[in-house]
Design a protein around this ligand. Structure first.
Ligand SMILES: [Zn+2]
Ligand SMILES: [Zn+2]
Length: 285
């Protein structure tokens, strides 16, 4: 599978010279399967650029997955050009959260008086699927785990050709939100993954004020990567006030801590908004 990032920022999109390397758009990933199907994960502000790319490439069929419905994960949807095109065919998967199903939640992003274009003006053929456990797109298997996050959420594991990518954003390890799982259960879900991308929003200093807000200490996310024995660990959901140098410092600390634990081979990195990784059998590109 090919993994492309279009937004790695948390909470609110940002811009400015201090954010150039990691980027300012909120959560959006694209996965392309070995058979070249397009999967989209979350509709943060990064979705706009992905939509423009898909239109330019003439890609009309796509599948969307959602982790949850906080603003930073859905507010790119009204700016996603494929939804206004009659030739688009979109399958939308979401686990019904306590607020309602994905159709209701996405319609709300365009409800008056918050948005000028009505939801009924969508021209794409959209099919909504309630998905809470396992599904397959081509030969790619998608499984889920509940997140530990206010208002609930879903984490994903994508497996294809013997390679595994786990995506857990908006997940507060070591704090029990309703519906969440234990550290050990998350470690079991991530066990042996080639790539883990995990919420690593906070420093210990931040966390004195933000415990219970739904995001992890980067050191707790590192502990998960170590406990699960993953190959690569990507820090994600960068705080809106964290400049590039601040993320670099967290990554450097993760590398230092991993080496001190006898695991220098763990590849720690900060996910950038233009990250592109090919996850194929025996190959990193
Ligand atoms: Zn978020
Ligand atoms: Zn959230």
């Amino acid at each position: 599978m090919l993994i492309r990032c279009y937004g790695a920022r948390g909470s609110i999109a940002v811009s400015g010279p201090e954010y150039l390397r990691y980027g300012g758009n909120t959560t959006c990933l694209e996965l392309r399967t070995a058979q070249d199907s397009v999967l989209v994960v979350d509709a943060g502000s990064g979705l706009r650029a992905l939509g423009n790319r898909l239109v330019a490439e003439g890609r009309n069929r796509l599948t969307m997955f959602f982790t949850h419905s906080h603003w930073d994960h859905i507010l790119g949807f009204p700016f996603f050009k494929p939804i206004y095109r009659e030739e688009s065919e979109i399958d939308i998967y979401g686990c019904p959260l306590e607020q309602g199903n994905m159709e209701t939640l996405l319609a709300r992003t365009m409800a008056p008086p918050y948005f000028p274009v009505p939801f009924r003006d969508l021209r794409a053929r959209v099919a909504y699927h309630e998905h809470c456990r396992e599904t397959r797109i081509d030969g790619l298997r998608v499984t889920t785990v509940p997140l530990s996050h206010p208002n609930l959420g879903v984490g994903y594991k994508f497996e294809e050709d013997g390679r595994t990518f786990v995506f857990l954003t908006d997940n507060e390890l070591n704090h029990a939100h309703r519906g969440g799982r234990s550290f050990e259960e998350y470690a079991a879900f991530c066990r042996g993954a080639d790539l883990l991308v995990h919420d690593a929003e906070y420093t210990p200093e931040d966390y004195e004020r933000t415990r219970g807000w739904g995001h992890s200490l980067y050191t707790d996310a590192l502990e998960l990567a170590l406990a699960a024995g993953v190959g690569r660990f990507g820090l994600f959901h960068h705080n809106q006030d964290r400049c590039d140098d601040g993320i670099d410092a967290m990554v450097a600390d993760c590398r230092r801590l991993a080496a001190a634990r006898g695991r220098p081979e763990l590849d720690c990195f900060g996910v950038t908004q233009d990250m592109e990784l090919a996850l194929e059998r025996g190959v990193w590109a």
